[in-house]
Design a protein around this ligand. Structure first.
Ligand SMILES: NC(=O)c1ccc[n+]([C@@H]2O[C@H](COP(=O)([O-])OP(=O)(O)OC[C@H]3O[C@@H](n4cnc5c(N)ncnc54)[C@H](OP(=O)(O)O)[C@@H]3O)[C@@H](O)[C@H]2O)c1
Length: 262
């Protein structure tokens, strides 16, 4: 299927690995020109042919540098993928132990980075009648469920992100900008293989490698396996496509059937 994305100009945040990298790869394969932001440039990102921008997206200056670079390179932006997010550095899982820093750090990375990047991109997206795809999380819809609950500030910041994008889908939709959300379930990336996975394993009292082995089943994923980043990237490319022109304000859950409620 031709997604009719050839020649489009995109910004992808959190692009050096994981879902962001897979999204850059999928978009480039569709003929999209991409400016890709992250704090480091991995060999895999460099190999995509995207224009890498080294930037810290927790800061307003870092966000502005990314969007300004895209405007310099492309003139305008047709597609923004708000992918950056995560829950690094959170050691405290019990609510009573969480600190203000835990809350503000995760709100900054998971909510404010997307707020700032979208706001900075709106003038250009208005000119192109562009698309915003935001990566949220199944944790926003199932906060604190099961033994392997994600940190509460992470789930709450993603829930706020969902609310923000739903509201923007109307406010910006009236101006011709299409806003949608994609919510992954457990996807095998460095998020799980690194600090977040280690923290959750410690909290659950199991070795990290054991957690990685049992998580799909314990999370109720009907495939019995981790989601691959390219499966999320394919959904992002599809909702970004003009073929999805009537898809506005939707939240696509890709969780291998883990969430059983309506
Ligand atoms: N993996 C999952 O199971 C899962 C499930 C639900 C939702 N999600 C969401 O999916 C998105 C991608 O997650 P992932 O699993 O692919 O994560 P990941 O493997 O940890 O990758 C995160 C990416 O974001 C970049 N990044 C992190 N902090 C940054 C910062 N301050 N400034 C700029 N770039 C930054 C990282 O690059 P640098 O380190 O080079 O900066 C990396 O490229 C996130 O929003 C996450 O919440 C993931």
């Amino acid at each position: 299927m031709d997604l009719q994305l050839t020649g489009k100009r995109a910004v992808v945040t959190g692009a050096s690995r994981g879902i962001g990298l897979a999204t850059v790869e999928a978009l480039v394969a569709e003929g999209v020109r991409v400016v890709a932001g992250s704090r480091t440039v991995s060999a895999e990102l460099a190999a995509t042919g995207a224009i890498p921008v080294t930037t810290d997206l927790r800061t307003a200056d870092g966000v502005n540098a990314l969007v300004e670079r895209a405007i310099v390179e492309f003139g305008d932006i047709d597609l923004l993928v708000n992918n950056v997010g995560g829950a690094d550095h959170v050691e405290h899982l019990a609510f009573a132990d969480t600190t203000d820093d835990d809350w503000f750090d995760l709100l900054n990375l998971n909510l404010m980075a997307a707020v700032r990047t979208t706001r900075a991109s709106v003038p250009s997206l208005l000119r192109t009648k562009g698309v915003v795809v935001t990566v949220s999380s199944d944790g926003a819809l199932t906060p604190r469920q099961g033994a392997l609950a994600t940190p509460l500030p992470y789930a709450v910041s993603k829930a706020a992100l969902n609310a923000c994008m739903k509201a923007l889908s109307v406010e910006l939709g009236l101006e011709g900008i299409r806003v949608t959300t994609v919510s992954p379930g457990s996807t095998r990336t460095s998020l799980w293989e690194g600090e977040v996975g280690e923290t959750l394993a410690r909290a659950a009292g199991v070795p990290h490698d054991a957690l990685l082995k049992v998580l799909p089943e314990q999370a109720g994923m009907l495939t019995g396996r981790w989601i691959e980043p390219k499966e999320i990237a394919a959904a992002i490319a599809f909702v970004a496509s003009p073929l999805s022109g009537s898809t506005i304000g939707a939240n696509f859950e890709i969780d291998a059937g883990a969430r059983r409620s309506l």
